[in-house]
Design a protein around this ligand. Structure first.
Ligand SMILES: O=C(O)CCCC[C@@H]1SC[C@@H]2NC(=O)N[C@@H]21
Length: 195
């Protein structure tokens, strides 16, 4: 069966790309890496849109930013791939995919499933983020940083806030999960699933 993206799924993918951009504007400046709300929408995209569309929303977000719109926490443009925070953005796409993938394997996900999926997503975001931060600062940026300093500024300073968001996103997903028609790829705009 050929699966096509419905107007509804294109709309929700675009909406989550836009919400992640809003999350980038809500930020608390910190040394090296700002604290932002982007990860909240990564959690929700994976949980509510599923693996493919969740990842698509984040890839759309990255694409819009690389195309030049200033939707990232420090602007946008193709050269953003050289920013030390670019690894987190790659992590967003990977994390939303994995969150959706985990939840697609649960028949009726409960709070513990959302918590587990979102926590896994958090680990993925930080693996990409801290790895890229360390690599970029020690190569093309040339500032030179020890791994413990990268771990401190790229993980420790923000992870507690992201754990709170993980909990909040899990509660919210539990409430909203049933109201999102599934599978989203072949749902018409009226919300009816096509055979
Ligand atoms: O340049 C960007 O737009 C990406 C910023 C990434 C910020 C990361 S996401 C995980 C961690 N939690 C935060 O609040 N900030 C960092």
């Amino acid at each position: 069966m050929k699966r096509s993206l419905s107007v509804y799924s294109i709309s929700v993918v675009s909406m989550f790309a836009a919400l992640t951009a809003v999350g980038a504007f809500i930020k608390i400046p910190m040394p090296v890496i700002p604290f932002t709300l982007q990860i909240l929408f990564v959690y929700l995209a994976g949980a509510l849109l599923g693996s493919k569309l969740g990842a698509m929303s984040q890839m759309l977000y990255i694409g819009i930013g690389l195309a030049g719109l200033p939707v990232f926490s420090s602007g946008g443009g193709l050269s953003y791939i050289f920013q030390p925070t670019f690894g987190y953005l790659i992590g967003f796409a990977a994390a939303s995919f994995v969150i959706g993938y985990i939840l697609e394997r649960c028949n009726q996900p409960k709070l513990k499933h959302f918590l587990f999926a979102h926590f896994t997503g958090l680990i993925i975001v930080y693996l990409f983020g801290v790895g890229y931060l360390y690599l970029s600062l020690n190569t093309w940026i040339g500032t030179g940083i020890s791994f413990s300093a990268a771990f401190y500024s790229g993980f420790l300073l923000s992870v507690f806030g992201d754990l709170l968001l993980c909990f909040g996103a899990s509660l919210l997903s539990l409430r909203l999960y049933k109201s999102v028609p599934r599978p989203l790829v072949n749902v018409s705009y009226s919300g009816e699933a096509k055979g």
